[in-house]
Design a protein around this ligand. Structure first.
Ligand code: PLP
Length: 401
């Protein structure tokens, strides 16, 4: 007799983030549009990209697809941990040349984006391990933790008083998710703040999963772009990266995680976690599409990186324009400087959902109520500026009316 996985129980009864977005947010938008067909709507809820792929990437994709169409150049399965050239490019062009961090390609695992990895990495840990999560947090960190049966997670609260960077846990935890630059708050962590977490993890033999998906958006000087800029981090942290936002790969799906050989936790020796993740790959994941990986290699070429920088600059300019417009309208904003998200404070102590409705009614701007990211997100709204510039400009105009 088959019986269902009990870990889904909580997710189904609480309803997932994706379901709330489609059932409540989209329905409210539809109802509003039906009632006020003249009003323009600016969808800033979703973190999807709007700009085309960089030209260098497009060329590499077309060439790679065409090679697959000829018997002489056809290739099938690749190295399951990722195309070796791509892993070398991530080490050299991303980590070494940009950040001065030395890693070995065997420490890098290419994936179909950051999403699956962020959740699946929990399989490295024992079932009874305690997880600490930022609150508010990117929803899959929370939902993935519940799906793994870890219902007793610790909240690391992020609020205005701590600039949305949490203090290290007061109690002993085994796994800490950190995401900087942060989705949803837009906050970045300083070197000292990250060092405190690295020191905590080393002292307590805890593991840090560091989501650095938005690190290419950092413009503030001296803000670390990788956890490995902190001494000792390769002994306690796995870092996740993605081509999704820096190169408009949300549809192509290429990301990576770095599992350093020197990483250890309680009952492991150096190299063991890297080997375990490789074993997991060979059982559950046989690699990212070869064509998409060629696109990622092109994105990390010299020309590709310049084009990616233009992509990032475009979204950052969006964020700057929107933030200025919202502030001119008297609203308090956080973020939007080192990442494409603006964390908008609801005025006059309003709740997230109330503010969601008010902003949509008055300006046509649709965000995500902050409470959907955790209890400490109550009273805020998250806006994504990964949309087209014209929309940002129109939305800014509608704020000033
Ligand atoms: N991590 C964070 C913080 C994100 O915001 C996102 C996407 O929005 C992801 C991971 C997933 O990215 P990917 O498209 O690489 O799966």
């Amino acid at each position: 007799m088959a019986s269902k996985n009990p870990h889904f129980r909580q997710l189904i009864s609480d309803s997932t983030y994706t379901e709330i977005v489609s059932n409540q947010i989209l329905k409210q938008v539809e109802a509003h549009q039906a009632a006020y067909p003249e009003q323009k709507i600016y969808m800033m809820g979703f973190g999807d990209t709007s700009q085309p792929l960089p030209a260098t990437v497009v060329k590499a994709l077309v060439d790679a697809a065409s090679r697959l169409g000829h018997p002489e150049t056809y290739t099938g399965y690749e190295d399951i941990t990722g195309n070796p050239e791509l892993r070398r490019a991530i080490c050299l062009n991303y980590y070494q040349n940009k950040l001065g961090i030395t890693l070995d390609p065997t420490e890098v695992f290419v994936s179909d984006g950051a999403q699956s990895v962020a959740v699946n990495l929990q399989e490295l840990l024992a079932e009874d391990n305690i997880v600490a999560l930022q609150n508010p947090a990117y929803p899959s960190f929370v939902e993935g933790t519940l799906l793994a049966g870890r219902t007793q997670y610790l909240n690391l609260h992020c609020h205005e008083q701590n600039n949305f960077v949490p203090e290290i846990p007061e109690q002993k935890v085994d796994l800490i998710y950190l995401c900087f630059p942060n989705n949803p708050t837009g906050a970045v962590a300083t070197r000292e703040q990250l060092k405190a977490f690295v020191d905590y993890a080393r002292t307590n033999q805890a593991l840090i999963i560091f989501d650095a998906v938005y690190s290419p958006f950092i413009t503030t000087p001296n803000i670390p772009r990788s956890i490995y800029e902190i001494e000792g981090a390769t002994e306690c942290a796995i870092e996740i990266g993605s081509f999704s936002k820096m190169a408009n790969f949300t549809g192509l799906r290429v990301g990576w995680c770095t599992v350093p050989h020197s990483l250890t936790i309680n009952n492991t020796v150096p190299g063991e976690l890297n080997q375990m993740w490789k074993i997991r790959h060979s059982i559950k994941f046989w690699g990212t599409a070869n064509v998409a990986q060629q696109g990622a290699i092109a994105a990390l070429s010299e020309e590709g990186q310049q084009e990616c920088q233009e992509v990032v600059n475009y979204y950052l300019k969006n964020a700057q324009l929107l933030r200025a417009g919202l502030e001119a309208a008297g609203l308090k904003c956080f973020g939007g400087i080192d990442n494409p998200f603006i964390w908008l404070k609801a005025p006059q102590g309003m709740q997230s959902w109330q503010f969601f409705e008010k902003l949509m009614q008055e300006t046509g701007i649709v965000g995500i109520p902050g409470c959907l990211f955790g209890s400490s997100g109550e009273g805020y709204l998250r806006l994504s500026t990964l949309i087209r510039r014209e929309k940002i400009e129109e939305a800014v105009n509608s704020c000033s009316q």
